[in-house]
Design a protein around this ligand. Sequence first.
Ligand SMILES: [Zn+2]
Length: 402
Amino acid sequence: MSFKTLSIIAISMLAITACQTKPVDATTAHTKAITIDTHCDTPMRFLREPFDIGQKHEAPSSRVDLPRMKEGGLDAIFFAIFTSQRERTPENYAKAYQMAHEMLDSTEKALIINKDLASLALKADDIYDIEKAGKRAIYLGMENGFPLNKDISRVEEFYNRGIRYITLAHTQNNDICDSSTDKKGAEHNGLSNYGKDVVKEMNRLGMLIDVSHISDKAFYDVIEQSNAPVFASHSSVRSICNHPRNMDDKMIKTLAKHGGVIQICILGAYIEEEDTTSLNYVKKEELRLKYNNWNFTSDEQRKQAWADWREINKKYPADLPSIAQAVDHIDYVVNLVGIDYVGIGSDFDGGGGLADCKDVADFPLITKELVKRGYSEEDIAKIWGGNFLRMFKQVEKAAEPV
Ligand SMILES: [Zn+2]
């Protein structure tokens, strides 16, 4: 062997050694990270049936409870106080307001019963003490601003009950802004004047503005209006899955430029385009029509619809996408804007769930996939909560001192 060949081998070996960093262990990375899921619809269950979050349940009918959060190494989750958008009549406003408070009452009660397992978190920093105490942190968000009923004082009223984000709209337009999926199209051409006041009030209080579900124009209006970063609590990437609920590249870049975070939603239809010929899809569409687009006339009807929905999932299970496909969305955001602007919002108990991630206990499998793709421990900590907490603290800091 010539000296030249030897030198090349030596240099190559040196280069290999220099590139070799300690291999990342998925279990260690997951345990070390502060893990936060920014969206689940579990409080809805409290209104449907007696449901104890302190007991272990089974997926797919239930995807979140405290024992499974512990099993899945999930430190915190945002419970969404969700009300679906109805026709804006005085009765429906009153009903949404009442339902929101009932869900809050039930969540409070559940946290009292399970005080050894979980605590309500109100500030970004609260998670550290709760995690140290070996408990789960429950944060509260409100999905759809319908219960506010154009009464700006209710923003603070719900803040005082623990709500820390508001998803401005849901699947239909409301008084605040246009939805990305309202079949009637735009009503306000983005954010309404009242919506601008809501944004201002949320900024003042240090509440997180959630742009998931709102129209593209409303998103840009919110960005222009807000003096703090905003975020998407559960949205995915439109370039991979062309759904109006997902964010396109320009929106993701704008969000990141303003310090916001997109929390990838692991709901099938937002991860890959739906097979509209599948029996699961067809039967659910029939159900939607049967219940007049989920406009229930009574609580009994709502409970029946829920039972029918579960029956369809049992009889005709959906062909769900995989964790690998969901992590493609994370990769995409990282390649587009860097590692600091992405996280996870499962939408569990509201439609979220993957073939190989059926509940919160499966979350370590997402970390396993991230490790497989070369993410470092530091990257994983950012994705699982670091990015979100950084933004949350910025929003708190931008608020008016009380
Ligand atoms: Zn949603």
